[in-house]
Design a protein around this ligand. Structure first.
Ligand SMILES: [Mg+2]
Length: 362
């Protein structure tokens, strides 16, 4: 079974997130681009992948169209490990992270979709079988930067049934506003996107949020890929530490594990190398007694692939769902109900991209 055709499709949608924008953080975003990657085999099976993401999507698309796709054509679609290793070696000197890696990850996701469709099974069946028929979802709120907005959107997330909430706030008054507007048993995750420059500042932040039912502090210190400083924070933090969305390879996760950097590993399927990498990082986390809770604030095949991974994981962990409503979501059926997303049961990723969204793609 050979790769016969690869094409890229930019799904574009406006979205809302419970604020008018204009303040800090990432509220400048107005549109959500999703790079969908279509792979067809010479046997006629079509699989879909997604390469990261947001305002980088066009760059990843260029890497896919101009660099990766011409080389991947004709390669073995059934030998995912062999094909992906050959491509990784071919392109390794263009960087082991960034747009080329994201394109490769998108291709890997599509090949897993194809493998599952060829087997006539949902993807989770190939990943060890579903351990549950629905996966909890956590609301990943954008950075609002103002306590009133954080309060309103936290309350809205709780009202929508979410039982776990992640913030991207760095100000304590914003974090307190969330705490005051969610039931005490709802854990908060605090993603501060490498905000601090020193271990001492990061540890001070961690101490300041003690007693607020915090599951983890995410990416507490700059830079995101250095295991040493994160480990130093973790040693004194007194709360769980999570990281990994900005790592580009399994080797970087191995370095984090060896350094004792994290309690929670967060591989991002559209960034780190697709479903294959997610599985490898998941096994690494298990070996070290760590949690593996992937990064997935996107809306396309990458989110759906992550749902399958979590369905098959031994330990129940929540799926990251970006707290934003797209006018044209790729998978309109993928909506949490009472804080859970039900699994699809059709072969492959199980749901097809909404025909209207695909027709409007460029
Ligand atoms: Mg993050």
């Amino acid at each position: 079974m050979k790769i016969a055709a690869i094409s890229t499709h930019m799904l574009r949608s406006s979205f809302t997130y419970g604020a008018e924008g204009g303040v800090g953080g990432n509220l400048h975003l107005r549109g959500m681009d999703t790079l969908a990657i279509r792979v067809e085999t010479d046997t006629g099976i079509v699989g879909w992948g997604e390469g990261f993401g947001f305002t980088l999507s066009e760059t990843t698309r260029h890497a896919m169209d101009k660099l990766v796709a011409p080389v991947a054509l004709g390669m073995d679609a059934a030998d995912i490990a062999g094909t992906m290793k050959a491509l990784a070696r071919r392109f390794h000197n263009f960087g082991r992270n960034g747009a080329v890696t994201f394109a490769l990850g998108g291709l890997d996701i599509a090949l897993w979709d194809i493998a599952a469709k060829a087997a006539g099974k949902p993807l989770y069946a190939l990943l060890g079988g579903a351990k549950r028929d629905r996966v909890p979802a956590y609301a990943s709120l954008l950075r609002y930067g103002e306590p009133e907005l954080v309060a309103r959107n936290t309350a809205d997330a709780v009202r929508r049934g979410y039982r776990h909430i992640k913030l991207h706030e760095t100000k304590l008054e914003c974090i307190q506003a969330a705490r005051d507007n969610a039931p005490p048993e709802v854990p908060l995750m605090l993603d501060i996107n490498c905000f601090h420059d020193t271990v001492a500042d990061a540890v001070r932040f961690c101490h300041a949020v003690h007693g607020k039912n915090v599951w983890w502090v995410e990416e507490p210190i700059w830079p995101p890929e250095a295991p040493g400083p994160i480990a130093a924070v973790r040693q004194h933090a007194g709360v769980g530490i999570a990281a990994g969305e900005n790592l580009g390879s399994l080797a970087e996760f191995e370095a984090m594990a060896a350094a004792g950097s994290v309690d929670v590993m967060q591989p991002s399927v559209t960034k780190v190398g697709g479903v294959s990498a997610l599985q490898a990082v998941g096994a690494l986390a298990t070996k070290h007694g760590l949690r593996c809770v992937p990064h997935s604030p996107y809306f396309g095949p990458g989110l759906l692939a992550t749902l399958h991974f979590l369905a098959a994981a031994e330990r129940e962990e929540p799926l990251e769902v970006y707290f934003a409503d797209l006018a044209c979501p790729p998978y309109p059926q993928m909506v949490p109900v009472d804080g859970f997303i039900r699994l699809p049961d059709a072969p492959g990723l199980g749901w097809e991209i909404d025909p209207a969204a695909l027709a409007a793609a460029d």
